[in-house]
Design a protein around this ligand. Structure first.
Ligand code: FRU
Length: 511
């Protein structure tokens, strides 16, 4: 690891880091952000609330920032929604539309938005040192919020009880609100039930109670989410998905997102797989605290994650903004080899329309044979994100290699390769640019990937300081931050160990 640290670019000057700001990923204008909070679709807009330090660009003063978007790609930042004060920091949570006015905060005709968040209580608050669940409501479409007078509404006198995700359960057991929250250090998700969002009764727990350190998932459990999805598009075959973010103990080290597929009967979640054998939302280093939107039409389930890792989050070399969200990703469940798995597709504009194709003549298109150093791909352009879509037959022994954001002389860059013999998709950012800001940053991530009929399908989104890879229709996802120098704009597709066949290749840019 040390050699790549030595080879790293020098730290960019603060002014230069504006060039690293992503085009289609959300960043706060000039402050710090972490977890997405209170994701809700309301009034034709997607609302993204998020952990925000309104006064700085490292973690602290936790408050809920706020942004809205109509397409999940272009965001407008609004004033802080719920601010910390002398009694509490405002930790992660969720927002629901209270259609039945069960809380009495709105009216049946004009339902309130209700935020259920964690109060991280400070000295002198009466609950000093504990984390408990509290409410705030908005009757102006999320622009201003009033804290409930009788907060907190749910406490266990615990210092680590947090991250409530609330949804409306309608099923055989009845019709009520369900909250999933974590007892973080005990690796437990706790479920509660309420009829008015104010009085909560314990339902059940799902978890591992102190997994052995070093096991996957053996860190603090944070930011849970539970939702139903049809399997293979069949509305009669519904399964439930429990997302549990974990830090440390993620599959690529540090922060990561695990998920379990199973059943929820209104009281208890039962996972099909043992709790010690989670599935992973993302095999990269930088996708954490993923949770889903509520109230999205047509039953679509869309998540956003925080594109960062607590291992080095506070040290990212950008200024004054620090940190971004992942792209929004739509989830589906699919059956593969007898087990049910999540697939993720990034939300992007439909081809055509808003989505111009890259300069004609520069994109090979396909089909063609790929040999050795391969073919140059269009350069990265400031202010634009690139979407690379490829269908490749790697051949039995070879490696297909994308060199992304490399330099003119072909050196450096972020290297995404598929190794047919190993059956692995590998993302290597050791020579991606400025990596020396933290010893944990230079890294290589690998995800197991078995080809179907020998075909590799990739959708890669490259956006200034990130590479997000959706392979095999979104069954395998890898997300890594990278901080390339200003000259690192070259992309190339190559093969080693034998020729490969490129069946299709499309590159589009989005600004
Ligand atoms: C996850 C997390 C949450 C907590 C929040 C505080 O990244 O640690 O558990 O609510 O961040 O900012």
């Amino acid at each position: 690891m040390s050699s790549s640290v030595d080879a790293a670019l020098p730290a960019p000057a603060p002014a230069a880091t504006e060039a690293l700001r992503p085009a289609i990923h959300y960043t706060a204008r000039d402050t710090w952000l972490n977890d997405p909070n209170g994701l809700v679709y309301w009034g034709g807009q997607y609302h993204l609330f998020y952990q925000n330090n309104p006064h700085g660009n490292v973690w602290g003063n936790m408050s809920w920032g706020h942004a809205t978007s109509r397409d999940l790609l272009h965001w407008t930042e609004h004033p802080v929604a719920i601010a910390c004060d002398e009694a509490e920091d405002i930790f992660s949570g969720s927002v629901v539309v209270d259609y039945g006015n069960t809380s009495g905060f709105g009216t049946p005709e004009e339902p309130a938005l209700v935020a259920v968040y964690t109060s991280a209580f400070k000295a002198g608050s009466g609950y000093a040192g504990t984390q408990a669940q509290s409410l705030a409501y908005s009757t102006d479409s999320g622009m201003t919020w009033t804290k409930h007078a009788a907060n907190p509404v749910l406490t266990r006198n615990s210092p680590h009880f947090r991250d409530p995700k609330v949804f409306r359960y309608e099923g055989e057991a009845g019709s009520y609100w369900v909250m999933a929250a974590v007892e973080a250090q005990e690796q437990q998700v706790l479920f509660y039930k309420s009829h008015d969002l104010k009085a909560w009764d314990f339902l059940s727990a799902f978890g591992a109670r102190h997994l052995q350190p070093g096991r996957p998932g053996a860190g603090e459990w944070e930011c849970p989410d539970l939702f139903p999805l049809p399997v293979d598009g069949d509305p009669a075959a519904v399964k439930w998905v429990l997302i549990v973010n974990v830090n440390p103990g993620g599959v690529a080290g540090g922060s990561g997102g695990q998920y379990f597929v199973g059943e929820f009967d209104g009281v208890r979640f039962r996972s099909d797989a043992p709790v010690e054998e989670p599935s992973w939302l993302d095999w990269g280093r930088d996708c954490y605290a993923s949770v889903s939107f509520s109230n999205v039409p047509d039953g679509r389930r869309i998540i956003i994650g925080w594109m960062n890792n607590w291992d080095y989050a506070n040290a990212l070399p950008t200024h004054p903004w620090r940190s971004s969200m992942t792209l929004a990703r739509e989830l589906r469940l699919t059956t593969r080899d007898g087990s049910v798995r999540l697939v993720q597709q990034p939300v992007l504009p439909a081809p055509g329309g808003e989505r111009p194709t890259a300069a004609p003549g520069r994109v090979p298109g396909g089909p063609f044979e790929l040999h050795g150093p391969g073919v140059p791909l269009p350069d990265a352009v400031p202010g634009q994100a690139q979407v690379i879509e490829a269908e490749i037959l790697p051949g039995p022994a070879g490696q297909v290699v994308f060199h992304l954001l490399g330099t003119e002389d072909g050196s450096g860059g972020t290297v995404l390769s598929y190794d047919a013999a190993e059956g692995q998709l590998v993302l290597d950012r050791r020579t991606s640019g400025y990596t020396g800001f933290h010893p944990e940053f230079p890294s290589v991530e690998a995800a197991p990937l078995v080809l179907e009929d020998g075909l590799l399908t990739l959708l890669i989104v490259v956006d200034h300081c990130s590479v997000e890879v959706f392979a095999q229709g979104g069954e395998v996802v890898l997300t890594d931050l990278v901080f390339p120098g200003p000259e690192s704009v070259r992309n190339r597709l190559a093969s080693t160990g034998g020729p490969a066949t490129v069946r299709a290749l499309t590159i589009t840019s989005l600004s």
